[in-house]
Design a protein around this ligand. Structure first.
Ligand code: SAM
Length: 506
């Protein structure tokens, strides 16, 4: 009988959505004499790893275990690039589970997995979801589902550094360690109140370690008025423009150190070392904000932004393949709270694909549901007489309006509110619907309402293969047919995967 605390030997079979590895543990035999096996989930492993692990949680048919020692490494394991990745392991494979402020960064989960293998595993996860949860026959999925579009291969020209330095936004958190020292970095995996003190980050920019060090020095020496809590430091940098925005989030209390802080931030940029300049090309500071989070009992949290220096937004450009129209260069002004796809170069790949799947121009109407800051609507603007975007978040729609004007797209219409409520009120005449919902996917009501429109084509952009599969099952049950499916890797070194699917009503 397996119980919590047992040490067991396991061989990892594969990786599953969520990034964990799964192994099978023999637990005895059933009445018919067949071997019973329990699925055991483990973090920080790759297929083929043989480990000694401690059972830390147990349910009827599955368990969770923590690796105590790596006995043998799997073939797809590679040396992680970043010093903050993973846990400390000695030469005998033993895992040192003690708190280490420099390790266990929660920013990446798969740096130890060969990149080509990451793409294959992500593809397999999407396939598995479509077959198991979507009820789509395996041969049909295999016919439609293309290999993951990674940051190498076709997209390699956009990623000269390979699958690294791809993010345009990082959110670093402040915390105090048990000794009261102020720490600034990324949340540790599995320890939400602790952060890893980042000295380097290969997902963002080479200068980030130097910048965070300077910020730690400044804030460590600062006397804060009682009740003021430093919350986070958000740094955004346009990949195609090099424009940098820094936004400090402070909770409650008073914020009266703004001017000194701005000086320190600006000095950093003016004095950026030669090494830093060479590594980061033209990156340049354009905007410094402080955001005051007012968090009072019984009241909803409020975010009050104050521009301390520079511009209200930073600009990013997206170069999208416009087919016969050639490359379309679109500009986006991004306010501190506004959403922008975090991987600019791969967003260009994915928006180009959405444009290609939308087909040629001459459409009467396109709906962009869950439109965020309207990027998809703006990318598709010249393909239709009208594109209507629906989005819950009012400031995002303000941003969308401004960006439509910036790109001279005057055939866009925006509705602020819940897609579930607003979609039934819209005219039913529409040629194409694009949906890009949050991780929870669509509701049955939205899928029903889409069925009541005249749309015969739908492009589903999904960041969660499990809810995508669940929703596709409903669509296919109503007579839609799967036409195209393409996983796109927007987040190398993590388990996340975006999928673009096209379905048709035939
Ligand atoms: C994945 S983002 C879309 C991003 C956008 N298409 C882009 O490429 O920039 C999902 C968006 O759905 C919005 N949202 C979430 N629930 C919603 C709802 N019920 N109705 C309308 N919009 C919603 C969120 O505010 C968010 O902007």
């Amino acid at each position: 009988m397996i119980k919590k605390g047992d040490i067991v030997n396991l061989t990892v079979e594969n990786l599953v959505f969520g990034g964990e590895g799964v192994a099978r543990l023999a637990t005895g035999v059933d009445e018919a004499g067949r071997e019973r096996r329990m699925a055991v989930f483990l973090d920080g492993v790759v297929a083929g790893d043989e480990v000694e692990a401690e059972i830390v949680a147990l349910k009827r048919n599955l368990a969770r275990a923590r690796v105590k020692r790596f006995v043998k490494y799997g073939d797809s394991r590679v040396q992680p690039r970043c010093a903050h990745f993973g846990v400390n392991v000695d030469s005998d494979g033993r895992v040192d589970g003690r708190y280490d402020a420099k390790k266990n960064c929660g920013g990446c989960s798969w740096q130890m997995l060969d990149y080509d293998k990451q793409l294959v595993v992500k593809w397999a996860e999407v396939r598995d979801s479509l077959v198991r949860l979507g009820g789509i026959p395996a041969n049909e999925v295999d016919r439609i589902l293309l290999p993951t579009l990674g940051m190498a291969g076709d997209a390699a020209a956009k990623f000269p550094d390979g699958p690294w330095y791809y993010r345009n936004k990082m959110d670093f958190s402040f915390t105090r360690n048990p000794a009261g020292k102020l720490c600034l970095g990324l949340h540790m995996k599995g320890r939400f109140h602790d952060v890893t003190e980042i000295e380097e980050c290969f997902l963002f920019r080479p200068w980030v370690g130097d910048f965070l060090r300077r910020m730690r020095e400044f804030f460590e020496g600062l006397e804060l008025v009682d009740g003021t809590v430093l919350s986070s430091l958000i740094v955004r940098a346009g990949t195609n423009t090099g424009e940098v925005m820094v936004n400090l989030l402070v909770e409650n209390g008073e914020v009266d150190f703004g001017e000194n802080w701005v000086e320190v931030v600006r000095e950093f940029w003016e004095a950026k070392s030669e090494k830093c300049k060479a590594q980061s090309g033209e990156d340049n500071l354009v905007s410094v904000f402080v955001t005051h989070i007012i968090n009072k009992k019984g009241q909803p949290k409020r975010f009050v932004e104050k521009l301390l220096w520079g511009r209200e937004s930073f600009r990013e450009k997206l170069r999208v393949d416009g087919g016969d129209a050639g490359v379309k260069e679109l500009s986006f002004d991004v306010a501190p709270q506004a959403f922008l796809q975090p991987n600019t170069k791969q967003a260009e790949v994915f928006y180009s694909l959405v444009r290609r799947l939308a087909g040629g121009g001459g459409k009467k109407r396109i709906f962009d549901l869950f439109c965020g800051t309207g990027t998809i609507a703006i990318v598709l603007a010249d393909l239709a007489e009208k594109v209507v975007g629906i989005e819950l978040n009012a400031p995002a729609v303000e941003n969308a309006r401004a960006n439509a004007a910036l790109n001279k797209a005057d055939n866009l219409e925006w509705r602020v509110g819940d897609v579930g409520k607003l979609l039934p009120e819209l005219a039913k005449e529409v040629d194409l619907i694009v949906v890009d919902p949050p991780r929870a996917g669509l509701s049955e009501k939205i899928i029903d309402t889409i069925g009541l429109t005249a749309a015969k084509e739908l492009i589903y952009v999904s960041c969660n293969p499990t809810t995508l599969a669940r929703d596709l099952k409903l669509f296919l049950g109503k007579g839609w047919k799967l036409d195209f499916a393409q996983p796109i890797d927007q987040f190398a070194q993590t388990y996340h995967i975006e999928t673009v699917v096209k379905i048709k009503m035939v």
